[in-house]
Design a protein around this ligand. Structure first.
Ligand SMILES: C[S@@+](CC[C@H](N)C(=O)[O-])C[C@H]1O[C@@H](n2cnc3c(N)ncnc32)[C@H](O)[C@@H]1O
Length: 233
């Protein structure tokens, strides 16, 4: 069943779906990060959590992965042609245990109710094979703003949120959450045997020595969680 929080998320994405791009640049740095940690994906069964319009799912399918997408928003899913897809919540996945070799979640966790992070992570773990990998790409609360690196990116976001420039109305019941890398890692370690955090370097950040030299200052992080400790599912 969809919660009130998820209904609000779905309605915002349904209303604003035209704002979101339907394809990735071939050299998208987040895709490169995901591919690097997954290794060769041909023949791999991959679940895309919060697949949106299917940009990442199609890029993986084009590399011969067998991809399924799940998303809350009917309008986003309607544009996710070319992949198997279902409407539903990452909190309660309609798949049998051990159905996938890997799962990705690109900028989806930021839309979850923080109280449901452990449930969504445990669900991802359940549908993965024992040695499966979960790759989460999302924004780091420790990052600095790429254009004005003397400011925390989260402060710039908080100001913009108040000015109504983010997708959820200021003061409403839902807002986009960013993550302390170590905090999300700790939550992931409750379901996965091994978790590492990789700080991804965006093209804008690449231009500044600060971001090249200090990975923790970068906006996008990739949490790679593996169940290869042989945890029972
Ligand atoms: C910012 S979009 C990213 C879409 C896609 N991953 C991409 O990068 O192109 C976030 C997506 O996550 C979906 N989403 C948010 N919460 C979700 C949940 N609990 N279960 C499934 N999908 C969810 C939204 O509907 C939206 O399509």
């Amino acid at each position: 069943m969809i919660s009130a929080h998820e209904a609000e998320v779905a309605s915002r994405f349904d209303a604003l779906h035209r704002r979101f791009k339907d394809a990735l640049a071939p050299d998208d740095y987040r895709l490169d990060g995901v591919l690097e940690v997954l290794g060769p994906v041909a023949g791999m069964r991959i679940l895309d959590l919060g697949c949106g319009k299917g940009r990442f799912a199609r890029a993986l399918r084009d590399r011969r992965a067998i991809v399924t997408g799940i998303d809350l928003s009917a309008a986003m899913l309607a544009e996710a042609g070319g992949i198997a897809r279902v409407r539903g919540s990452a909190r309660s996945l309609p798949f049998a245990s051990g159905s996938f070799d890997a799962a990705i979640a690109v900028e989806m966790f930021e839309h979850l109710d923080p109280g449901t992070w452990p449930v969504a992570i445990a669900e991802a773990r359940r549908v993965l094979s024992p040695r499966g990998t979960l790759a989460i790409v999302d924004k780091s609360l420790a990052s600095l703003d790429a254009r004005r690196p003397w400011l925390p990116a989260a402060l710039v976001k908080a100001i913009d949120e108040r000015r109504g420039l983010w997708m959820y109305p200021a003061g409403g019941p839902v807002r986009e959450r960013w993550f302390w890398p170590r905090r999300l890692r700790k939550v992931l370690l409750k379901s996965f045997a091994e978790v590492r955090v990789v700080h991804l370097l965006s093209p804008a950040e690449r231009r500044r020595a600060l971001f090249r030299r200090v990975p923790a200052a970068r906006l996008m992080a990739l949490w790679v969680a593996r169940g290869d400790g042989g945890i029972d599912v």
